[in-house]
Design a protein around this ligand. Structure first.
Ligand code: SF4
Length: 256
């Protein structure tokens, strides 16, 4: 760590005390959001409205809790030894909506020697997101839907910027793990999985495809927030259905 010799840790962290962001929550031992054991910071705010979102309380950009970057970094450093083979993932909500804050965080993580990943839906225009994508070690990129119209039905937003984000990652050879939530009756259809695989085949930057089974764990939050929840009667996928979907991805020689 270059900062070691030049200033002590407290002085270094003080540089970040005026940089503030809004967070939804923190997970100190994340095992599924990128390689290894990770500190996962969930930032507040999202413009998508995925029907299956299990964190509708993360949507409001003004919600959550304001926190300064110094405190977040102190928190990460407290668990440092656990993240040697893992790192830090910044998720959301949509973390790139707070791109200024995110950039400073990624910069500090780079100086401190942590591996960093942004878990994003790719919705934020590249004009704002590029700087952060360049700075991060990798992206976990959600492809919500391969078909534009179905994407709008599922999330209220187009997938255009997500695909542009993927193109940019290919251009700069940034490591990407794709995440695709499998929802029976929506995204979990053979023709859609084939279409996803055919799309991803064109990208050498894609180093993993994660098919995530839809679940109902966040449904209670909709009741609490008095937001209509449209997937109440949607079943969770069976293990056979997930196996079939993975089989299709494998047919295209994509890494799972
Ligand atoms: S992108 Fe994520 S946080 Fe935003 S609505 Fe969809 S699932 Fe929820």
């Amino acid at each position: 760590m270059a900062v070691k010799q030049k200033m002590n840790k407290e002085q270094f962290l003080d540089n970040y005390k005026k940089i503030k962001g809004r967070i939804h929550s923190i997970e100190t031992f994340g095992a599924v959001d990128g390689p290894g054991i990770r500190f996962v910071l969930f930032l507040q705010g999202c413009y998508l409205r995925c029907l299956y979102c299990h964190n509708p309380d993360s949507w409001d950009l003004n919600g959550g809790q304001e926190i300064n970057l110094k405190n977040i970094l102190k928190n990460i450093l407290a668990y440092k030894k656990f993240y040697k083979k893992g790192g830090v993932t910044i998720s959301g909500g949509e973390p790139l909506l707070q791109h200024e804050f995110l950039y400073h965080l990624l910069d500090a993580l780079q100086i401190l020697g942590f591996h960093s990943a942004i878990d994003t839906n790719g919705f934020v225009d590249l004009k704002f997101s590029k700087k952060c994508i360049d700075k991060a070690d990798m992206l976990l990129l959600d492809i919500k839907e391969v078909d534009e119209d179905d994407c709008i039905e599922l999330t209220e937003q187009s997938n255009e910027n997500t695909l542009k984000t993927l193109n940019y990652c290919q251009e700069i050879n940034k490591c990407v793990w794709i995440r695709y939530v499998c929802i029976p009756g929506y995204t979990l259809k053979n023709e859609k999985i084939h279409k996803l695989a055919q799309l991803l085949q064109q990208y050498s930057c894609v180093q993993k495809v994660q098919l995530i089974p839809f679940h109902q764990l966040g449904s209670y939050k909709y009741k609490e927030l008095k937001i209509p929840y449209k997937l109440e009667s949607t079943p969770i996928p069976t293990s056979e259905e997930m196996y079939e979907a993975e089989k299709i991805i494998r047919q295209y020689n994509l890494p799972l």
